[in-house]
Design a protein around this ligand. Structure first.
Ligand SMILES: *Cc1c(COP(=O)(O)O)cnc(C)c1O
Length: 453
């Protein structure tokens, strides 16, 4: 597969080049030359295949000839000892993406990315530095994914005081080849600093640089797999039993699946990597009817879908902090593949306030015995708001409604517990809380970052 830049179509690079570079030289994002359809036999058995096999089939065409099949198979097996259960809650399905080691969906992308980097750089002697800007969960997932990988070190930039204490421990508690910078600014500042550092000729001469943000194709593509797996099961009218980390109150019934057919997914979105991966899965042939682009008050994309005008703005802090993004980086990739009209045919946007987020967390726990984290609550509520406005009917023909749950509620206990009571804590989070965070504070200036590197 060849990859091109979103900016001027420049590039024509391999998967290895696109993944290891992160950003295209012209500042654009790499996109594959095509989004290949699943083979018929795969498409018709998405509802019954093992998660690892779906991940293998999803990623394979994008890395063809560069990562041999047996290596890819080994990678997906070691990356995904956990899966993404689709569990019923109330009148919908929750796609739980938090059963990995950092309890957020970013484990799916980061764990594959780290393994592919290690393989693609085999035999290289010059060490590599991976830069990553995080609004909370990316940093932890990337740190965990790359921890102990020889020849690669990671620097995580996060907005000081805007991530939870647990997230900070996940980012800055590992040490060894992982270092953390607490930036005096917003997530957008962190992202800007990473982009500037990657473009810095001087720095590039000194070290091999890459970025691990969701702009990286090696993180994006594996995320398409959980959409395909969940859509296949929803279409077949099947759900999964609760897993170890499923945050359901004792004794609460799981409810039953309502209907079958092509699913509509509500996707809590910030940088829009997750939703873009969903669009890839749909284009590959996964039985998906539509998407809901669910945001907090950082409503750049819902406004664009409504008006056709794309206006970025400074990000505003909310309860769903991992979605506090005013200038979503993957929008450039979405619009490289789809026009406004095409997006509107399959995506409806809705934004949710903090007040609505709180009410949703409280209500879903009280009525259905299910705990939502603030991000997933945005996804849940956005679907309700569209339903009330009847906008959803325009894109959805009566199939099941799925909400992506992007993080475990125990990661945001300080918000969730006052509203919903004590949240059961999964083992991986209890372990992370025991670590001490060790980071360096820097102002939001490129000179400070360059000096730290
Ligand atoms: C990163 C993140 C999001 C936003 O995902 P994007 O791919 O950036 O749109 C949503 N929820 C949680 C918990 C996250 O960590």
């Amino acid at each position: 597969m060849r990859y091109y830049s979103t900016r001027n179509g420049a590039g024509n690079v391999s998967f290895a080049e696109a993944a290891l570079a992160g950003l295209a030289p012209d500042g654009g994002l790499f996109v594959p030359e095509e989004i290949p359809p699943y083979p018929k036999a795969v498409k018709s058995s998405l509802g019954s295949m093992d998660y690892r096999d779906i991940a293998f089939e999803t990623i394979k065409p994008y890395v063809r000839t560069e990562i041999p099949d047996p290596v890819l198979e080994e990678m997906v097996h070691s990356a995904y000892p956990f899966t993404a259960p689709l569990v019923p809650a109330g009148d919908r399905l929750v796609l739980e993406l938090f059963h990995g080691p950092t309890a957020a969906f970013k484990d799916f992308g980061a764990r594959f990315m780290a393994r592919s980097f290690a393989f693609l750089r085999r035999g290289e002697s010059k060490p590599m530095r991976v830069l990553v800007a995080t609004s909370g969960d990316t940093g932890g997932a990337v740190a965990d994914g790359f921890f102990g990988v020889p020849g690669i070190s990671v620097t995580v930039l996060y907005p000081k005081g805007r991530v939870s204490p647990l997230q900070e421990r996940q980012i800055a508690g590992l040490g060894a080849n992982i270092s953390a910078l607490a930036v005096e600014g917003s997530f957008d500042d962190c992202q800007r600093l990473v982009k500037a550092a990657l473009a810095d000729e001087d720095l590039r001469r000194r070290m091999v640089l890459s970025s691990a943000n969701s702009i990286n194709v090696s993180r994006l593509i594996p995320q398409a797999a959980y959409y395909a797996a969940a859509a296949g099961r929803a279409e077949a009218g099947r759900t999964d039993p609760d897993g170890e980390a499923t945050p359901r109150a004792k004794g609460a019934a799981g409810d039953r699946m309502q209907g079958s057919g092509a699913v509509t997914f509500s996707v809590p979105s910030g940088n829009f990597g997750n939703l873009t991966a969903g669009l890839y899965a749909m284009k590959m042939g996964a039985p998906i009817a539509a998407f809901i682009a669910a945001t907090n008050i950082n409503r750049t994309v819902p406004d664009y879908l409504e008006s056709g005008e794309y206006k970025t703005r400074p990000s505003q802090a909310t309860l769903s902090s991992a979605m506090d993004v005013g200038a979503p980086s993957n929008f450039e990739r979405m619009s490289a593949h789809f026009s406004w009209e095409e997006m509107r045919r399959v995506i409806r946007g809705a934004f949710v306030t903090d007040e609505e987020t709180r009410k949703t967390i409280e209500e879903i726990r009280r009525v259905h015995g299910y705990f939502l984290d603030p991000h997933s609550a945005v996804g849940w509520k956005a679907a309700d708001k569209l339903r009330e406005a009847e906008g959803l009917q325009a894109v959805k023909a009566g199939g099941p409604l799925g909400v992506l749950s992007t993080a475990h509620p125990a990661k945001f206990a300080e918000t969730v517990e006052p509203l919903a009571g004590p949240v059961p804590v999964p083992a991986v989070l209890a372990k992370a809380m025991e670590r001490a965070a060790d980071s360096r504070i820097i102002p939001a200036e490129i000179s400070a970052l360059l000096e730290a590197l």
